[in-house]
Design a protein around this ligand. Structure first.
Ligand code: DOR
Ligand code: ZN
Length: 347
């Protein structure tokens, strides 16, 4: 198959940042995707409905009035988040979920939740209102090896949380392990998961063998091949519980190419192309649309997009870098050849 037309995808996990970076990166997702769940880990984080509204206005200004892109806003949970804020969020037309970062787990998570099982009143309010809880599923215990943090999170936190709150709706974000795939499959419809393109394409050798490649460093960290194989099976799983979430996470070039580089892969400029590459390599392009465009809306109770996206098998090169104000941002696979090109059918 050299060409296919799919319903326009949505990105169910996206970092757009703010200021100059937002201005630089918003257009990429707005071209490919109808909607995106916008991560709230700004500095300071988006912790209130009022702050989410203000951020939404900045995102809409950055994509411009001609775009039909819909940012789906999220709130960042802290130890101080109140039940009243959750109730307001659940009733709000622009807020679609709340994000749980265990404090210290990743970029700008210092204000996150210190003990996710202790925020019982907030979890109860989420369960009652049906507002989804999006989890960064890694423990922060320094005694736990970085490659095990997701599996341990399932045992210590997510399993007990789902038992305690049987009606809570949860998305396990950017899953990276066979344990996460098995766990998501073992639960009912109320648990879904996003999978990034970079975790589907690469194992940890890509980051560490033959030199350290900082643009492959992200959290949760790339795992060994057997885990990638489990993710590939999940991506084509007919259950509909797994969907596209790029976790595209731009950082200025200097913050990545550094003695202590930031976590994040900036995949947004070629996100759908990278997923097409994955499904093509499996001989399962027939399953791409469910993953990119149908499963997510079903979980979130939203209609699928009316617009279409065309994917063509065309050799192209990922641009080396983009300007971001006075800085540069380097896309994932910068300068490398990829096999697919996505264009909107209404272009
Ligand atoms: O690689 C990542 N980058 N993982 C995260 O969880 C956060 C993200 C970011 O905001 O840079
Ligand atoms: Zn993220």
């Amino acid at each position: 198959m050299d060409e296919l037309i799919i319903r326009q995808p949505d990105d169910w996990h996206l970092h757009l940042r703010d200021g100059q970076m937002l201005e630089a990166v918003a257009r990429f997702s707005a071209r490919q995707c109808g909607r995106a769940i916008i991560m709230p880990n700004l500095v300071p984080p988006v912790t209130t409905v009022a702050a989410a509204h203000a951020y939404r206005d900045r995102v809409l200004a950055a994509v411009g009035p001609a775009s039909s892109f819909e940012p789906l806003m999220t709130l960042y949970l802290t130890d101080q988040t109140t039940v009243a804020e959750i109730e307001q969020a659940a009733a709000d037309p622009w807020v679609h979920a709340v994000k749980l970062y265990p404090a210290g787990a990743t970029t700008n998570s210092d204000n996150g939740v210190t003990d996710p099982l202790a925020i019982e009143a907030v979890l109860g309010a989420l369960e009652r209102t049906g507002l989804p809880l999006l989890v960064h599923g890694e423990v922060v215990d320094p005694a736990v090896d970085i490659f095990d943090r997701e599996a341990v999170f399932i045992e210590r936190v997510l399993g007990p949380m789902l038992e305690r709150f049987p009606g809570l709706r949860v998305v396990m974000e950017h899953i990276t392990t066979a344990q996460a795939v098995a766990f998501v499959r073992s639960q009912g419809e109320r648990l879904g998961a996003t999978i990034t393109a970079h975790h589907l394409l690469f194992n940890r050798n890509a980051m560490l063998a033959g030199g350290i490649r900082p643009h492959y460093y992200c959290l949760p960290i790339l795992k060994r091949e057997k885990h990638r194989q489990a993710l590939l099976e999940a991506a084509v799983d007919p259950s509909g519980k797994f969907f596209m979430g790029t976790d595209s996470a731009p950082h200025p070039r200097g913050a990545k190419e550094s003695a202590c580089g930031c976590a994040g892969a900036f995949t947004a400029p070629v996100a759908v192309e990278l997923y097409a590459q994955v499904f093509d390599s499996l001989g399962r392009l027939d399953a791409l649309e469910a993953f990119t465009s149908r499963n997510g809306p079903r979980f979130y109770g939203l209609p699928i997009n009316e617009r279409r996206l065309r994917l063509q098998r065309v050799d192209q090169r990922v641009p080396e870098a983009f300007e971001a104000g006075d800085d540069q941002v380097v896309p994932f696979l910068s300068g490398e050849k990829i096999d697919w090109l996505a264009t909107r059918l209404d272009d």
